[in-house]
Design a binder for this molecule. Structure first.
Ligand SMILES: C[S@@+](CC[C@H](N)C(=O)[O-])C[C@H]1O[C@@H](n2cnc3c(N)ncnc32)[C@H](O)[C@@H]1O
Length: 253
């Protein structure tokens, strides 16, 4: 994984091929060692389907102590991330094709539909907050979209950024092989995924459903759809409701 040195990368001409560029701005570059160096994301990087650059926001400070935070105007607990280093870093990396995202619990809730929208971008710039978050002027002047990974508060934006990157990169064309195909994943058709089985046929007295051994592809497809529907109704009826709402709204349009 490249460290903050990657800020020195020259970006001219990066958008001429199909490589997605993801720049992540953080106070904790070390947190990203590991998650992007294993498995599917690592393979996608090796095949140059995605380039992920981690930038240390402190590298854009100019004082002896590399100060990236300060006390809030108006008083109160906690610190706020200073605007100057963030502006400097984003303004250096950003082009007219960039989509700048701030990870924040106050943002739009991340889901599969949003991952599918983001995979169409060529350059994602992910800003990870810390402390009480960033100075409001960063959001007003630089951020295109704010994303939350759920209704809870984490210590820093690194894990949320990793989640967004993982969900988006696996959707990039060519990243998943047949074995890991995203076609049948949960949420793809407003349904949770159906149950999966592999060998052995009988394990500790538990049998694989007969239909899956039948070789009848139509019956198998019907069974899977039925199971997916049943499972979604039971566990996540909200997804089905949401899909119905979208459908009727589209009809009105
Ligand atoms: C302690 S949080 C700040 C929370 C902030 N005071 C608020 O209530 O909105 C520090 C940073 O972690 C990240 N973060 C925490 N929870 C998050 C979530 N659910 N989704 C996305 N980012 C989150 C954000 O980047 C945030 O700036």
């Amino acid at each position: 994984m490249k460290n903050s040195e990657s800020c020195k990368i020259h970006f001219a001409g990066l958008f001429t091929n199909n490589t997605m560029i993801i720049d992540i701005l953080t106070l904790f570059p070390g947190m990203f060692r590991g998650p992007f160096e294993e498995s599917i994301i690592q393979k996608a990087r090796e095949r140059d389907l995605v380039r992920i650059n981690i930038h240390n926001i402190r590298d854009y400070t100019h004082d002896k102590h590399r100060t990236a935070d300060d006390r809030p105007f108006g008083g109160g607990p906690g610190m706020v991330m200073k605007p100057e280093p963030i502006f400097e870093c984003i303004e250096k990396l950003r082009t007219e094709k960039s989509h700048v995202i701030y990870l924040t619990p106050q943002g739009r809730r991340f889901n599969q539909a949003l991952a599918r929208k983001l995979v169409r971008e060529t350059h994602l710039l992910l800003l990870c907050g810390h402390y009480e978050g960033v100075d409001e002027r960063v959001r007003e002047a630089l951020v295109d979209e704010e994303i939350s990974i759920g209704d809870y508060v984490l210590t820093t934006g690194a894990v949320p950024a990793m989640i967004v990157v993982d969900a988006v990169v696996r959707l990039l064309p060519g990243v998943l092989g047949d074995a890991e195909s995203a076609v049948q994943d949960s949420f793809t058709e407003n349904l949770l995924d159906h149950p999966h089985y592999t060998r052995p046929e009988i394990f500790r007295g538990m049998r694989v459903p007969e239909v899956l051994l039948s070789g009848n592809h139509q019956r198998i497809a019907e069974w899977r759809r039925e199971q997916a529907l049943k499972r979604t109704k039971k566990r996540r009826p909200d997804i089905l409701e949401e899909a119905k709402k979208d459908e009727s709204e589209n009809k009105i349009d």
